[in-house]
Write a protein that binds this ligand. Structure first.
Ligand SMILES: [Zn+2]
Length: 193
């Protein structure tokens, strides 16, 4: 039996992630892609595109994982784990992830693409001019900022010394203004030379 036929029968000809019956293709689960059915999923093109393009993800589409993560097929569990990990900052995916139990072998496979692990290359913090920021830099504010949760405005031109980078969000840095540690959006700062 061909892999595709095997997958058609396993999935009952539905996307194994979202249940769609349209535009189904075989997805070889990275990193050790091969065409054995246990290493592949049958998924729709919507799922495929969003898996391959992390910048264009419709978060609501992935609510389908609520059901499909309970699949007995390890390859489905692996891709569910990766997508939930990718979207975990949205809240509900993290809750699902907390419930999703993978055996050791499947978890090792799921983690093999380092989804959710940040390397320096993937998270560059850049200022309003596109200059890369590093921990310890001094920046100046390019506009007045109302500081949420604190009753003051950080004035334009204020220097913030010894910033730290928020690792899981390249748009955020932290620094001390008026004696308080605050989160600042990188688009509102300029690196001070
Ligand atoms: Zn799908």
């Amino acid at each position: 039996m061909s892999t595709e036929k095997e997958l058609q029968s396993r999935s009952e000809s539905k996307c194994e992630l979202c249940g769609s019956t349209k535009n189904l293709t075989v997805y070889q689960v990275p990193p050790d892609s091969n065409d054995r059915a246990d290493q592949c999923l049958l998924i729709c093109d919507t799922c495929q595109q969003q898996i391959n393009d992390p910048d264009n993800v419709d978060i609501n589409h992935w609510r389908c994982l609520n059901d499909s993560m309970w699949s007995q097929v390890p390859a489905v569990q692996v891709v569910a784990w990766r997508m939930l990990t990718r979207l975990s900052s949205e809240g509900w995916p993290q809750e699902l992830l907390d419930m999703l139990y993978l055996d050791d072998e499947t978890l090792t496979w799921a983690q093999a693409t380092r989804e959710g692990q940040h390397s320096e290359e993937t998270v560059a913090h850049v200022d309003s001019n596109g200059t890369v920021l590093s921990a310890g830099d001094t920046v100046t504010l390019i506009k007045d900022l109302n500081v949420k949760g604190a009753n003051f405005t950080a004035k334009r031109g204020t220097a913030v010394r010894g910033i730290s980078l928020v690792l899981d969000n390249p748009q955020h840095i932290e620094g001390r203004v008026n004696g308080q540690q605050i989160v600042i959006l990188t688009q509102f700062v300029k690196k001070f030379n």
